[in-house]
Design a protein around this ligand. Structure first.
Ligand code: TEU
Ligand code: CA
Length: 569
């Protein structure tokens, strides 16, 4: 297993719309990112992953691309992106951009051509089917955003497939011309100087083109048979081809996003000897508190139950152990599609906000893999609970509401509660820079309301307070970046079935780190297993006044401690 810059990187994910508005039109932009580069460099960030900034009607905030070669005017220009690359490189940092290859916008010229007639050369760039002989939809599959995956188009009396919103028609990856056009576009971006790609929704490129119907759950019109368009065999052929024809010859990093992938799938996508991706983003650990069975009337991602810590630990262990030496992990708690982690797995009450945010960081970023920190996580930004549906912006929320409340399947109160806990807009409220109006994100009303807690959760406070979440992140990342053991060491999980404690070691050559965290708000006693020799461990970092290691320890609420020792040889 060789060393590589991206294995030693700290990636920071930016959702451009919500990061910083440089020209006060209420929308974050590329110049806004440039203005904050010193802040990010200071935190310890070495690379940015910036979510899509391409020209787009913004049905899904830019994941619906209408021109891959141009920048959305509200975000800036191609020159701004070039400047961003230069400014990053001048600071020894890198730029990873988002590549959206599963679909385009319905306003992309390819789709406009495609829908115009059945014999248009672009017809097969997308997936078109006629109604079934009985007049029903080509299949009863459910879209990720709710509703059918099929949308009727009168021009040719046919349906096109969209696994996300109906303004995001799926590309037909069986079409070689389409694939070659995509590869050309990728090389064009490489020539602009980008350092890598996060490849969006890549698990879904291959679909079962037979389109069989599947059983539906009681009360539901469509079948959530995502396996018909996720992690299917041909995806790997496409990725290998893309690597050969588009990625080869550049010193870049490629990160695939593969929702629903098992560990076996994950190894196929990212094992060193597979020549597919360098790293993979999966969702396993984000979904361990899902409760599909308890609430079959809503899609699984909107369901939840109390977290069982052993399930979370097993999820991490699965990746840490099975990938070791074979593939490289990503480490992330949150992104623009997940609720805020301090509200989800931590505790956002004023009493435990700081402690639990630091504990979560310690638990994750001492593991093996490349950290991907989502904007605002470093100051403990929390979920938001807007009262009115009209305060929300995410297209997915409106399809959920229509398919449940709209069809009499659930009450308004229930669905609002699910939106408060699970919606993607939790992660998309503007970055909280200071306590001035609109959180210093903009001088005007932003495209989505700021979280009212910006008056006390903001970057300015965090920078001033030595004991802040920000300063803890900075210290923790620094420790990590200066330790080959924390980057390349072997992971060992202990007390796997313990309901409260996370305990693991990282080991390389003659150095060992020990990470010990209490995941909840009660005080717990823990006996360190006899197989761990506790002698000579010294404190490295803690979110409390540090305590010495002993065989029997008492951990305070959300206490997190890291110890280190050198083995004598
Ligand atoms: O998300 C993809 C995504 O969430 C699904 O593909 C996921 O794989 C699925 O839920 C697993 O079961 C990406 C972006 O991150 C998101 O913001 C976009 O809305 C989406 O793709 C469409 O581009
Ligand atoms: Ca702006």
């Amino acid at each position: 297993m060789g060393n590589a810059w991206w294995k030693e990187a700290v990636i920071y994910q930016i959702y451009p719309r919500s990061f910083y508005d440089s020209n006060n039109d209420g929308i974050g932009d590329i110049q806004g990112i440039i203005k904050k580069l010193d802040y990010l460099k200071d935190l310890g960030v070495t690379a940015l992953w910036v979510c899509p900034f391409y020209e787009s009607p913004m049905d899904d905030n830019g994941y619906d691309v209408s021109n891959f070669y141009n920048i959305a005017p509200e975000y800036g220009t191609l020159d701004d992106v070039k400047q961003l690359i230069e400014e990053l490189h001048a600071r020894g940092m890198r730029l990873i951009i988002d590549l959206v290859l599963n679909h385009t916008s319905d306003e992309h010229p390819w789709f406009i051509e495609s829908r115009s007639s059945e014999n248009n050369p672009y017809r097969d760039y997308y997936i078109w089917r006629k109604a079934r002989p009985d007049g029903s939809l080509p299949s009863n599959w459910e879209s990720f955003f709710g509703g059918s995956v099929w949308e009727y188009d009168a021009t040719t009396d046919s349906y096109y497939m969209h696994i996300f919103s109906k303004k995001m028609p799926d590309l037909n990856w069986t079409n070689e011309n389409m694939r070659n056009d995509i590869y050309e576009m990728i090389r064009w971006w490489l020539n602009q100087g980008v350092d890598g790609f996060r490849v969006d929704a890549v698990a879904h490129l291959d679909k079962n083109m037979e389109f069989p119907n599947h059983p539906t759950l009681p009360g539901r019109q469509y079948s959530g048979c995502y396996f018909e368009f996720s992690n299917r065999p041909k995806v790997h052929e496409y990725i290998r081809e893309m690597r050969q024809k588009a990625f080869a010859g550049y010193d870049i990093v490629t990160i695939g996003e593969a929702g629903g992938a098992t560990i076996e799938d994950a190894l196929k996508y990212s094992a060193y000897d597979r020549n597919e991706f360098d790293m993979l983003i999966t969702f396993d650990h984000c979904w361990v508190d899902e409760d599909s069975e308890g609430s079959p009337h809503v899609p699984g991602k909107w369901s939840y139950k109390k977290l069982e810590l052993p399930l979370l630990k097993k999820s991490f262990k699965k990746y840490q152990v099975n990938m070791y030496g074979k593939a490289w992990n990503t480490l992330y708690w949150s992104n623009h599609d997940q609720p805020r982690v301090v509200s989800h797995y931590g505790n956002d009450s004023s009493k435990y906000h700081k402690l639990s945010a630091k504990m979560l960081a310690t638990t994750l970023y001492m593991m093996g893999g490349t950290p991907i920190i989502y904007q605002g996580e470093e100051i403990g930004m929390t979920n938001v609970a807007f009262e009115s549906l009209s305060d929300y912006r995410d297209v997915e929320i409106f399809t959920l509401y229509r398919e449940t409340v709209g069809k009499g399947i659930a009450s308004h109160e229930e669905i609002m509660d699910r939106i408060h806990k699970r919606s993607r807009d939790n992660a998309r409220t503007p970055m909280q820079w200071d306590d001035s109006p609109y959180a210093g994100f903009s001088k005007v009303q932003p495209w989505i309301n700021v979280n009212p807690n910006y008056v006390y959760i903001n970057v300015k406070n965090n920078l001033q307070d030595e004991d802040s979440i920000y300063h803890y992140y900075r210290k923790l990342l620094n420790i990590r970046q200066n330790s080959k053991t924390l980057i390349y060491g072997k992971f060992n999980l202990f007390l796997e079935d313990d309901a409260n404690i996370v305990l693991y070691t990282r080991e390389l050559d003659n150095e060992i780190y020990l990470v010990l965290c209490n995941f909840f708000d009660n005080t717990v006693e823990v006996k360190l297993p006899d197989e761990i020799n506790i002698e000579n461990f010294a404190l490295v970092i803690s979110n409390y006044e540090g305590q010495k290691i002993t065989r029997n320890m008492i951990l305070r609420p959300y206490e997190a401690i890291v110890y280190r020792k050198q083995l004598s040889i």
